[in-house]
Design a protein around this ligand. Structure first.
Ligand SMILES: [Zn+2]
Length: 462
């Protein structure tokens, strides 16, 4: 297979992926804060980086994948108090729920899922190094903070100067911090707090700040420098900026070679938030839709683009996935490996190597489905199944999926209109990969589109 290119958020461009150690990849992804059920944004992070690690493995790379669990945090402490239960009871319950959600979405378990509470000694040692290097100080309120002014290169991930970043922050006038952008490494505990949220340290009893958790766990499990660090776009600043400052400040060299960020999830074109009432947990969505449809919906968009959730988009995804499963129907499985020299597989790999262009790869799956339907070729059907399995799709018995899935033949004029609208929107957002994928899906369903001047799209049944 040819070379993989990755869009590196730090370099702000697509670059060739070269692992530090030939044949091996070390990858860290920021995981969940476990005080509630996972929502669609979490589903996207889990599915996207599952796809990434699967594709790295398809390159015969030996992947060590770490996705942490934040099990100590102000929100967790508050929720446990509200529920009148221990922190361990609360977090264990939601860790179980998260694992169930991940499994339903076809997400393979990471190699390590470290819990922050098990890494406090490593965090304290890292804070000690930062203090020794003149980058951490204990403030009057007892908190130990990171001093951003003393770290050369703070802001390099965001591409902003300290002044720009300060202008975007609300300045806390009476803060004990030396700079409003300084962030807490060790939060000093109050008398009233329970022993469950206190650890002893040379700075007094307290608990770790969120950012130091990731620096410490990543270093302990993957080393001071590793290949890929991923997470949602919303974590780029300040969380990942702060991880860089801590890790590079403590060790004096590069922390991560490739930074990857997935785009936001929007609901009906609005930001998903609890206050807007358009907030969905994975459980709510999978009550209405097969979890594999949700996975397909996530992968059908490029990981860096915004993902717009609506029932229409999910129904559209169900139609597409049903079409693919229908092409597999009646094909007996075989034990032969996937043929990477076959024409669709070559183009699938080319798309995936172009910064994990899953919409391009999925378009190849639809082209295969079209040929299978035309030629009734079991060879191609087996190729489709194996190719889709590379990104964790079509791995179930087609009859089982189709029994519960939607009908392919029932694509109404309204369905077609909805798909054309989705494609027009994708083109407007310059998401041409998604637009092409929708066109290919419709073609696989026997719907031919013709773009007319003025942005109009006409269609006919082939
Ligand atoms: Zn993190």
């Amino acid at each position: 297979m040819s070379n993989l290119k990755i869009y590196n958020s730090l370099a702000r461009e697509k670059v060739d992926f070269v692992p530090i150690e030939p044949g091996k990849v070390r990858m860290y992804v920021c995981g969940m804060t476990v005080y509630d059920y996972c929502h669609l944004g979490h589903a996207r992070v889990m599915v996207v980086f599952d796809m990434v690690q699967r594709w790295l493995k398809a390159h015969d790379l030996q992947v060590t994948y770490v996705r942490n669990i934040t099990d100590i945090d102000d929100k967790i402490i508050r929720r446990a108090a509200e529920n009148k239960e221990s922190i361990a009871a609360l977090t264990n319950r939601y860790i179980l729920a998260m694992n169930e959600d991940a499994q339903a979405l076809g997400v393979q378990p990471p190699d390590h899922e470290p819990r922050a509470t098990a890494y406090v000694p490593q965090m304290l040692s890292l804070i000690g190094k930062l203090e020794k290097n003149g980058l951490a100080y204990q403030a009057d309120d007892g908190d130990v903070n990171f001093s951003v002014r003393d770290f050369q290169g703070y802001g390099k991930l965001s591409g902003k100067s300290l002044d720009d970043l300060r202008a975007g922050e609300r300045v806390e006038i009476d803060s004990a911090k030396r700079d409003p952008l300084d962030f807490v490494l060790w939060k000093s505990s109050r008398e009233s707090e329970s022993d469950e949220v206190k650890w002893a340290s040379k700075w007094g009893s307290g608990r770790p700040g969120w950012h130091i958790e990731c620096s410490a766990m990543a270093c302990d499990l993957l080393g001071e420098q590793f290949d890929i660090h991923g997470g949602g776009q919303d974590l780029q600043f300040p969380h990942h900026e702060n991880e860089i400052a801590q890790s590079e400040g403590a060790h004096g060299h590069t922390f991560v070679n490739y930074w990857m960020h997935n785009g936001f999830v929007r609901v009906d074109n609005e930001k998903m938030s609890k206050s807007l009432g358009n907030f969905f947990t994975i459980r709510e969505v999978t009550e209405k839709f097969d979890p594999e449809v949700v996975r397909f919906f996530i992968l059908r968009a490029h990981y860096r683009s915004q993902l717009n959730y609506s029932d229409v988009h999910l129904e559209d995804a169900r139609t597409g996935l049903t079409r693919l499963y229908t092409a597999l129907k009646d094909t007996p499985p075989d034990a032969d490996p996937l043929d990477w020299n076959e024409n669709h597989a070559l183009r699938f790999a080319e798309a995936m190597n172009d910064d994990f262009n899953t919409p391009g790869a999925i378009a190849c799956l639809f082209e295969l489905a079209t040929e299978i339907n035309r030629e009734h070729s079991p060879v191609l059907a087996r190729q489709l199944k194996k190719l889709a399995a590379v990104i964790g799709l079509l791995e179930r018995d087609p009859q089982v999926f189709l029994h519960g899935g939607g009908s392919v033949d029932g694509l109404s004029d309204d369905d077609v209109a909805a798909q054309i609208a989705a494609r027009t929107e994708a083109k407007k957002n310059k998401n041409f990969a998604l637009a092409d994928s929708i066109r290919a899906e419709l073609l696989a369903l026997g719907i031919v589109l013709e773009d007319k001047p003025g942005g109009l799209t006409e269609w006919r049944r082939a």
